[in-house]
Design a protein. Structure first.
Length: 364
């Protein structure tokens, strides 16, 4: 097998940790000796141990004289554990093949330099684009001080998420819904608006047995703490953490009741539209989140788009037409000129049962 083929295996391993390693990035590592894989690993739930350590433990003595394929530059500083560069050096690794350089200023090339100083041959930028995609949430936090945000929409062909009578379940079919559950599983948290909570009483869980081990954080944008105490989200807060982003001045009795139910409250500055969503996303980054999936109604979608917070869109289209009296996927958010409309580039389109999923990334 070639360097590219071994790195593909490392990337596949890294993707398995998505949504479970925050605040750390998910990394994959494969140890190869004499053309045979002798150890493999990815970042453990919660971010420790790192992928290199997991793979080296699996390889044992066979790591001596072997090549390590790692999707991200190994760390070179001591945090809660020792540097991965030293683990690779101590294990006797003679060559390291890397996908992406670590954007963290604490590393950012120093890991590569340390390996080379120790006499290890380093090959860089193998499947770099794929490796950078895996750490995009981690990189967004470093670059913009907020998590990467993916907006999930499910609508009719004409962009309606509910009929005039507010009926919305289910516009899309079972295959699309399962894809959404998997999408939740690959994110640190799911974000929704209080309107969706009041209308649909959702659980916002992964629901795929064995898909993830870390708890999925559920977050509600709820300016005035209207989330019902008997909602599924509040009742499930002990198993799956529930955070509420609310504005200052919220009712003290409501605050106390929700906190007594195990809900984490995050107070934000208020705006005419509710809460400051940009400040909210910054607060989520400070709490260690790197990847957030937004699922909600047209009001939340409009607010996130207006604030320029949407990095990715996953849009599920059902093959039906609801008409102009239905509820739109995004409410009006002040676009009067085409030049001001947020632009996204299509990166993937696939069929799921009778529905179509289109994936977009924010245009440069």
């Amino acid at each position: 097998m070639s360097d590219i083929e071994f790195m593909r295996t490392a990337v596949a391993l890294a993707r398995r940790g998505l949504g479970q390693t925050a605040p750390n990035p998910s990394v994959g590592c494969v140890i190869v000796k004499d053309g045979r894989v002798v150890g493999r690993g990815f970042t453990a739930s919660g971010g420790r141990p790192h992928a290199e350590v997991v793979a080296l433990r699996a390889a044992g003595e066979q790591a001596r004289g072997a090549t390590a394929y790692v999707t991200l530059e190994p760390c070179s500083f001591s945090g809660k554990s020792g540097p991965c560069t030293e683990a690779l050096i101590s294990a006797g690794i003679t060559r390291v093949v890397l996908g992406a350089q670590d954007p963290n200023p604490k590393v950012n090339g120093s890991g590569i330099a340390r390996l080379r100083t120790a006499g290890i041959q380093v090959t860089e930028n193998i499947l770099r684009q794929e490796c950078e995609a895996v750490i995009s949430g981690f990189a967004t936090v470093l670059r913009e001080q907020r998590p990467l945000l993916r907006l999930k929409l499910a609508s009719s062909l004409d962009g309606r998420i509910a009929t005039a009578g507010r009926e919305s379940q289910w516009i899309t079919g079972a295959e699309a819904r399962r894809a959404v559950y998997a999408m939740r599983g690959r994110h640190d948290a799911v974000l929704t608006g209080v309107g969706t909570v009041l209308e649909d009483n959702p659980e916002l869980t992964c629901r795929i047995e064995g898909f993830r081990t870390a708890p999925l954080v559920r977050i509600v944008v709820d300016s005035h703490l209207r989330t019902p105490l008997l909602s599924k989200l509040v009742r499930g807060a002990a198993e799956h953490p529930l955070w509420i982003l609310h504005r200052d001045g919220a009712d003290k009795l409501r605050r106390r009741a929700l906190e007594d139910a195990g809900v984490r409250l995050i107070e934000l500055p208020g705006t005419n539209a509710g809460v400051d969503l940009r400040a909210g996303m910054s607060a989520l980054a400070q709490e260690g989140l790197t990847r957030v999936l937004a699922e909600g109604g047209g009001t939340l979608a409009a607010g996130l788009l207006r604030a320029g917070l949407v990095d990715r869109i996953s849009w599920f289209h059902a093959p039906c037409i609801i008409g102009g009296d239905g509820y739109p996927a995004a409410q009006g958010f002040g676009v009067t000129r085409l030049a001001d409309a947020p632009r996204f580039a299509l990166v993937l389109s696939k069929r799921l049962g009778h529905d179509m999923l289109s994936q977009f990334t924010r245009a440069a």
